[in-house]
Design a protein around this ligand. Structure first.
Ligand code: ATP
Ligand code: MG
Length: 649
């Protein structure tokens, strides 16, 4: 699993990339030894209204927590994404949009995007939105979602984007938490050929008697589908835009003024309202976007994440637009109407950089390579992965079938809380190993600690922590600073605890082993779920696997595996035995699954991550009180799994 499968940076890539290995090392060293000097320089990549003189005032001491970056400077995030490109690149395409139905296509230049954002910013003001107000955005994947976010930023309002797949209850809890006065939505959204009733979901959410703050609902007409209308409360986006002026001076914001609020995926429990501020976030999002994807002016960059996730914020809107990139936005899902869609879109728009998630790669793998027979892919240069550990098998498939073995893969580890990518290869600088997120980005100090908080040196495995702040770090849990301190800074004193476990190999590369809560303890040996799942997925008949521990009389914990087979494969007892032997051979006897349950689907968050907390309960036969299921994509999956759960012996 280590050096045998090293993918060397080709000389050609290194020669043209922003950094090579030597330069990475020098810059990294400088960023750690002299963070003030390093960030004083790199903070300049953002346009400041009043330049900062103070760089960093941070402490991870839980009694004296402070996180401040560039903190006497002022700026505006939307001006950094728009205005500063106008003088030279007003005609450059900022957004290429492809509808759920590929017959719908739009191109929006930086000049046009600037005008739309200014108008909508004025529209928001006309509806009573002021500096510091929290505006809830519940939109489909259309350019207007970015317009809405940037318009908030322009007038100093704080956006809280709620993913368009969430239910009325999830919307309500987020609106209540943020005390929003204004909601921005759309009549309907289109996803995979289906119309999603966004406005109706908002109407239902607002029927909740605990939602008391909302005064206005601004509605974009996307499909023209029928909607109910509340006079005085509901207003059409287009009627506000008809009269809005194209001139809107960006508000001068403090570096530490809130930019947005965003809830985590809820893989482990109740989502947390993560608050990000302006200056440090913009510096970090734009710098990571440029270095991690080796972004070059003029290239088409495609991030398949939804705008409702942090990846959609940092790497579809703020990072790339601050860098003047051309961003492809897709309304629907990249495997609809067929798995060929991903390749067709790359070829159609000559995409150079693709950023996606393991869940999509595994879904495509299960459908088979034949969908990429006609895929050319010659425009593609760099490919990224985010959201979950990527199984080496999925990594190789991505590398071969999509990247045609010439595109470096950046496996980017980060969190909603971190604002930007923290551990990742850099194209041209980092030899990659399938399944490893490799090395820290500039200014990032990861470490491994044991359960007592002792730092582990060298090749080792433990809890992944960060020893010092970086500019993109979250500043608080909105409305609950205590929870912020408790969740991240109390477990290991003086350190930020990520909640993830990791292994560091002989080259100093990090391998994320999964969430610490998911570690299985078999007869006193700790096994990461990611490792066992990867072994299962490396079998050609397995499409996806999720592994959890369950109470076992002799071993303490036994291994319970949920396995989804590739399309058309029969679920037989022989195959079950074969898979047990397979894992035994791949990892060792200790890791042999005790029980394998066939699963036609796995419970996932709406961002596609496997939710092991439900699987743990089903495996333990505790099916009466499963806990908060609001962030689950398809609740029916759970019922099916409960019905077909296995008898423990
Ligand atoms: P919650 O915090 O509410 O339980 P969540 O952790 O899924 O939800 P996110 O912030 O969306 O919310 O996800 C961050 C987590 O995703 C990381 O802590 C890690 O567990 C996982 N992750 C993200 N990228 C990678 C990666 N490249 N490799 C391994 N794991 C990753
Ligand atoms: Mg998390």
């Amino acid at each position: 699993m280590s050096s045998q499968s090293l993918y060397k940076v080709s000389g050609n890539i290194a020669a043209n990339a922003l950094v090579n290995n030597d330069k990475y090392k020098t810059m990294y060293q400088e960023s750690i030894v002299n963070p003030e000097g390093f960030w004083r320089e790199h903070g300049k990549r953002i346009d400041w209204i009043k330049p900062y003189t103070k760089i960093k005032k941070t402490s991870f001491d839980d009694h004296n927590l402070s996180i401040n970056w560039f903190y006497d400077g002022t700026l505006n995030a939307s001006a950094n994404c728009l205005d500063r490109h106008l003088a030279e690149h007003s005609d450059r395409v900022a957004i290429i949009w492809e509808g759920d139905n590929a017959s719908e296509q739009r191109k929006i230049t930086y000049g046009e995007l600037h005008a739309e954002v200014c108008k909508f910013a004025n529209a928001l003001r006309s509806q009573g939105v002021r500096r510091g107000d929290i505006v809830t955005i519940y939109m489909p994947m259309v350019p207007e979602a970015a317009v809405a976010m940037l318009a908030c930023a322009r007038i100093g309002a704080v956006h809280s984007v709620v993913f368009g797949g969430f239910s009325p209850d999830s919307i309500a809890s987020r609106v209540i938490d943020g005390k929003s006065k204004v909601i921005i939505t759309s009549d309907e959204g289109m996803r995979g050929g289906r119309a999603i009733p966004l406005k109706r979901n908002i109407d239902d959410a607002l029927k909740n008697p605990d939602v008391t703050t909302v005064e206005k609902v601004i509605v974009l007409k996307r499909t023209g589908g029928k909607v109910d209308w509340v006079e005085g409360r509901d207003v059409w986006w287009h009627s506000l835009m008809e009269t809005a002026s194209e001139y809107c001076q960006p508000e001068e914001m403090d570096a530490e003024a809130p930019l947005f609020l965003l809830y985590t995926s809820g893989s482990t429990g109740n989502p947390k309202g993560v608050l990000h501020t302006t200056g440090g976030y913009m510096v970090y999002a734009s710098m990571t976007h440029e270095y991690v994807f080796d972004y070059k002016a003029g290239e088409v960059y495609w991030c398949t994440a939804d705008v409702g996730w942090i990846t959609g914020h940092s790497y579809m809107v703020y990072g790339p637009l601050a860098n003047g990139a051309t961003v492809l936005i897709h309304e629907g899902v990249p495997n609809h109407p067929s798995p060929a869609r991903l390749g067709e879109m790359i070829d159609r728009h000559k995409v150079s950089i693709l950023y996606t998630a393991p869940t999509l790669i595994r879904a495509l793998m299960a459908e088979g390579k034949q969908h990429f027979d006609k895929f050319d892919g010659s425009s593609l240069r760099i490919m990224g992965s985010v959201g979950e550990p990527i199984n080496p098998e999925a990594w190789r498939w991505y590398h071969e079938v999509i990247g045609h073995e010439h595109c470096p893969i950046v496996d980017t580890w980060w969190q909603t809380e971190t604002g930007g990518i923290l551990i990742t290869p850099l194209p041209g600088a980092t030899d990659t190993k399938p399944g490893s997120a490799t090395r820290p980005f500039f200014g990032v100090q990861p470490a491994l600690v044991d359960n007592m908080g002792n730092i582990l040196e060298g090749e080792n495995e433990g809890n992944l922590v960060l020893l010092d702040s970086w500019p993109g770090q979250m500043r608080t849990v909105y409305g609950d600073h205590e929870r912020f301190v408790l969740t991240y800074f109390k477990t290991f004193r003086g350190m930020y605890f990520t909640g993830d476990g990791a292994r560091r190999d002989e080259d100093g590369y990090y391998w994320i082993t999964g969430r610490v809560d998911d570690v299985i303890n078999v007869s006193g040996h700790r096994l990461g779920t990611a490792e066992v799942e990867s072994a299962l997925v490396s079998h050609e008949l397995v499409a996806e696997a999720a592994v959890v521990g369950y109470p076992h009389d002799i071993k303490g914990q036994g291994i319970y595996a949920y396995v989804t087979l590739t399309r058309g494969t029969e679920e037989t007892e022989e195959l079950r035995q074969e898979l047990r032997q397979w894992v035994r051979k791949e990892i060792g006897a200790l890791a042999t699954p005790d029980l394998i349950q066939w699963a036609t689907g796995l419970p996932k968050t709406r961002s596609g991550k496997i939710m092991r907390r439900f699987l743990r309960k089903i495996a333990a036969n505790e099916v009466t009180n499963l806990g908060d299921a609001s962030t689950l994509a398809d609740p029916a999956v759970i019922e099916t799994l409960i019905e077909s759960r296995l008898n423990r012996t």
